[in-house]
Design a protein around this ligand. Structure first.
Ligand code: PLP
Length: 310
C-alpha cells in the first residue's frame, strides 16, 4: 500500500501518519468496528466514485445494527469521500471508511467508549489478479462455515466478521487456490471471503439470498440489475454445493473483486474451464459503466470535483 497525503478523521483532514489509535481502543480487543470498501474509477472526464451513496448508507446500517451512533449522515459522508479523493489527487483508488469504538473503558460493554470515524484512500489494483478477470479464478469450497444466522450478523459489514473471511482466505491460499467459497450453517452456498457468488445454468443466473449469511453486496445488486436489463432471469435461491460443480459458469462480485469469473471449483472445471459468455457480458457492461466508456444509465457514478487552488 502506498500512503497518500491525507486521511479524514471526524470531519477533519489529518496527515496519513497522524491517523493512529491507542492499542487499548475497544476495537483492538473486541473487533468493534464497521467499515466500507468503495472504488473510485478513472474515467475520461476524471475520477468518479461507484455507488457512493449506497456504500455510505450501508455503513450507517452496519453501525446501527451494533448500536454505534455517530454524527455524520449519508450526505456528509459522501462529501467527505469526494474531498478525500480530491485532496489526495488520485485518478482511481479504493476508499475505506472505518467507524470504530475507541479508547476509554476496557470492558466488553462499549457504551463509554468514543466513536471515531476515519476515511482513507489509496491506489488498489485488481484484487484476484488481472489474469483472473479474463481467465477465471481457481477456487475451493472452504472447510469453514459462514457465521450462522443470529450469531454475527452478516448484513453488517463489521470488522469482526472478517475473522471468518480470514480463515476462508488463508485456507484457500495455503492449498493453492485463489479464493474460497463458504457454505452457510445449512451446508448451502453462501459467498466468498469477500465476494458474492453467482451460478449460471441453462442461461439462468442463481445467487444465494440475503438469508444465506451473505453481505448484501452493492456489486451483487449491480450485477443483478445488469443481467435483468439484458433479459436474463436472475433467481435468488438456496444453492446446494453440488450445483457449483455442474454449473455452466460461475462468477464472483465485489468492490475489490469487481466481476471475476471462476474457472474451477475444487479442481473441477466449470463449463469450458474459462470465462463464460454471460459472465463476459456482465463484466463488459460493468466495466463499460465504471470506466466511463458507456453511458452511466443508472446514475451509479459520482464525479470527484477537481480542487482549485485558492
Ligand atoms: C463478505 C463479503 N461479501 C460480499 C462482498 C461484496 O460486497 P460489495 O459488492 O458491496 O463490495 C464483500 C465486499 O465488500 C464482502 O466483504
Amino acid at each position: 500500500m502506498t500512503p497518500t497525503e491525507k486521511i479524514w478523521h471526524n470531519g477533519k483532514l489529518v496527515s496519513w501518519n497522524e491517523a493512529t489509535i491507542h492499542v487499548l481502543s475497544h476495537v483492538v480487543s473486541y473487533g468493534s468496528s464497521v467499515f466500507e470498501g468503495i472504488r473510485a474509477y478513472e474515467t475520461p472526464t476524471g475520477p468518479a466514485v461507484f455507488r457512493l451513496r449506497e456504500h455510505m448508507r450501508r455503513l450507517i446500517d452496519s453501525a446501527k445494527i451494533y448500536r454505534i451512533h455517530f454524527p455524520f449522515d449519508v450526505d456528509q459522508l459522501c462529501a467527505a469521500a469526494l474531498e478525500l479523493v480530491s485532496v489526495n489527487k488520485l485518478k482511481s483508488c479504493y476508499v475505506r471508511p472505518i467507524v470504530l469504538r475507541g479508547y476509554g473503558s476496557m470492558g466488553v460493554l462499549p457504551t463509554n467508549n468514543p466513536i471515531e470515524v476515519y476515511m482513507a484512500c489509496w491506489e488498489w489494483g485488481k484484487y484476484l489478479g488481472e489474469e483472473a478477470l479474463s481467465q477465471g479464478a481457481d477456487v475451493c469450497v472452504s472447510s469453514w462455515t459462514r457465521n450462522a444466522p443470529n450469531t454475527m450478523p452478516t448484513l453488517s459489514k463489521a470488522g469482526g466478521n472478517y475473522l471468518s473471511s480470514q480463515l476462508i482466505r488463508m485456507e484457500a491460499h495455503e492449498n493453492g487456490y485463489d479464493e474460497g467459497i463458504a457454505l452457510d450453517v445449512n451446508g448451502l452456498v453462501s459467498e466468498g471471503s469477500g465476494e458474492n457468488i453467482f451460478v449460471i445454468r441453462d442461461e439462468k443466473i442463481f445467487t444465494p439470498p440475503l438469508a444465506s449469511s451473505v453481505l448484501g453486496g452493492i456489486t451483487r445488486e449491480s450485477a443483478m440489475r445488469l443481467a435483468l436489463d439484458r433479459g436474463i432471469t436472475v433467481v435468488e435461491t438456496n444453492i446446494p454445493r453440488e450445483m457449483l460443480y455442474i454449473a455452466d459458469e460461475i462468477f464472483f462480485t465485489g468492490t475489490a473483486a469487481e466481476v471475476t469469473p471462476i474457472r474451477s471449483v475444487d479442481k473441477m472445471k466449470i463449463g469450458a474451464g474459462k470465462r463464460g459468455p454471460i459472465t463476459e457480458m456482465i463484466q463488459k457492461d460493468f466495466f463499460g459503466i465504471v470506466n466511463g466508456t458507456s453511458p452511466d444509465k443508472y446514475g451509479w457514478l459520482t464525479p470527484v470535483p477537481v480542487l482549485t487552488k485558492a
